[in-house]
Design a protein around this ligand. Structure first.
Ligand SMILES: Nc1ncnc2c1ncn2[C@@H]1O[C@H](COP(=O)(O)OP(=O)(O)O)[C@@H](O)[C@H]1O
Ligand SMILES: [Mg+2]
Length: 142
């Protein structure tokens, strides 16, 4: 469990995995987690690391599929807004229905690209590059 807001500089993937493990303990079904940070900063890596703690091993980037669904100890929807060009593309595949599923934890990479579709309450994970293996991770709750 992590007390929020929280900021840390991690120096390796292994340290990111440890933060993700603690953060996984904060999460309950229905929670929404936004992930922001530039390409390659580690958004997908972070989702993968959190999901490992739910017994989910098949996490992959949804940048082409827009949404991936996983199921382990918990159910997870994993979105990526990077390739969304019009907000209708989100409504067309039923984004709202996914969002309203109270039994499922939802992660959204690049959530800041479509702020208008984001509900009021969420966790936000910001990942900044420091150098090749170091990242600054900030987690807050709204
Ligand atoms: N400390 C770290 N935390 C997370 N990822 C790291 C770290 N150091 C190196 N990496 C690497 O950075 C890359 C992040 O890629 P990815 O998670 O796909 O980024 P994004 O989804 O933000 O575009 C991965 O190849 C990962 O192995
Ligand atoms: Mg990604």
């Amino acid at each position: 469990m992590i007390n929020l807001p929280f900021t840390v500089i991690v120096e390796s993937e292994n340290e990111t995995e440890k933060i993700a493990k603690s953060f996984a303990e904060n999460l309950i079904p229905g929670d929404l987690i936004l992930l922001n940070g530039e390409l390659g900063s580690g958004k997908t890596f972070f989702v993968k690391s959190v999901c490992n703690n739910f017994g989910i091993k098949n996490v992959a980037s949804p940048s082409f599929t827009i949404v991936n669904e996983y199921s382990g100890d918990k159910k997870v929807y994993h979105f990526d807004f990077y390739r969304i060009k019009k907000v209708n593309e989100l409504y067309d595949f039923g984004f709202e229905d996914y969002l309203n599923d109270i039994n499922t934890i939802k992660f959204i990479e690049w959530a800041n690209l479509w702020k208008e579709v984001i509900p009021k309450h969420f966790y936000e994970v910001n990942i900044d590059f420091v150098n090749e293996n170091e990242r600054k991770i900030t987690i807050s709750k709204q």
